[in-house]
Design a binder for this molecule. Structure first.
Ligand code: BV8
Length: 230
């Protein structure tokens, strides 16, 4: 039965009120990426980085899944074959919509990590640089997110799924961050039919067989209904 792999980016959560990164007024225009999404930035000013993620954690806590997240959960529930969501997003909106087979390749706002011992635990609403790790007690806690220059999570599992995919979709991602930006080209080369669903063309558009242009809350439910043959 058809194996479906879907990569999602900030654009799928835009209509839930969560900011994107590179659109006009995006997050990286307000906070220099180097200061808040790199290990060097965290070492320089952990307080600033925790404040950045505390603000996004609070915003995400108030956000609700939109019809695009709900449509992907419907796809997983009703499609006979496997549906895997690989999200670059750190919000929990796919899970809130009911999706279960989700990989957070860039980590999660609701996860906390100890930089000293590697212990992981559910993040409290607010984190601070001198919070002691519940595991080893060191004041080395950080959000469990993947910064630039760090290794994204579960790459082997993702690449194995891409190699076997019959259908690959990229939803709401600008195709500028690697290795996720190369997944469309890779899946297509391995034989998948590839579809890009986005408000506008992305940096990776040329890698896709098919394009659906429009807001995710509109184009994703239509696409899911077609895939389900309904
Ligand atoms: C790594 C942290 C080594 C959590 C993030 C040159 C070549 C290859 C690689 C590199 C290179 N130079 C540097 C690198 C490495 C670097 C990289 O890719 N840099 C880029 C800038 C060039 N990558 C890394 O460092 C990664 N690690 O490479 O390790 C390695 C390499 C290969 C294999 C193994 C190991 C780690 C990257 C992770 C960084 N962490 N976030 C957080 O704070 O969120 S990345 C950050 O950008 C977010 O996580 C976000 O998910 C991600 C991607 O952005 P998008 O999701 O695409 O969002 P964006 O705003 O860009 O676009 C929004 C899109 O939505 C747009 O297209 C817009 O049109 C669309 N949209 C808007 N509204 C809607 C919509 N679509 C539909 N409906 C709407 N309503």
């Amino acid at each position: 039965m058809e194996k479906i792999v879907i990569v999602t980016g900030a654009g799928i959560s835009a209509e839930s009120g969560l900011g994107t990164f590179r659109d006009a007024g995006g997050i990286w225009q307000r906070y220099p990426l180097e200061d808040v999404a790199t290990p060097e930035g965290f070492a320089r000013d952990p307080g600033l980085v925790h404040a950045f993620y505390n603000a996004r954690r609070a915003q995400a806590a108030g956000a609700r899944p939109n019809p695009a997240h709900l449509a992907l959960a419907r796809l997983e529930a009703e499609h006979a074959g496997e549906v895997l969501i690989v999200t670059q997003n750190v919000d929990g909106l796919h899970e809130a919509a009911g999706s279960r087979n989700v990989i957070h390749m860039h980590g999660r706002l609701n996860g906390a990590l100890c930089g000293a011992c590697g212990h992981r635990w559910p993040a409290p609403p607010e984190m601070a640089p001198d919070d002691p790790c519940p595991g080893c007690g060191a004041p080395a806690t950080r959000p469990d997110v993947v910064w630039f220059g760090e290794m994204p999570y579960e790459l082997d599992r993702i690449e194995a799924a891409l190699a076997e995919a019959d259908l690959f979709a990229a939803i709401g991602t600008s195709g500028q961050v690697y290795p996720a930006a190369a997944y469309g080209e890779f899946a297509g080369r391995m034989g998948a039919h590839t579809v890009e669903l986005n408000l506008e063309p992305s940096a990776a558009s040329r890698d896709f067989h098919e394009h659906r242009q429009g807001p995710a809350s509109e184009v994703v439910p239509v696409w899911v209904a077609e895939v389900l043959g309904k």
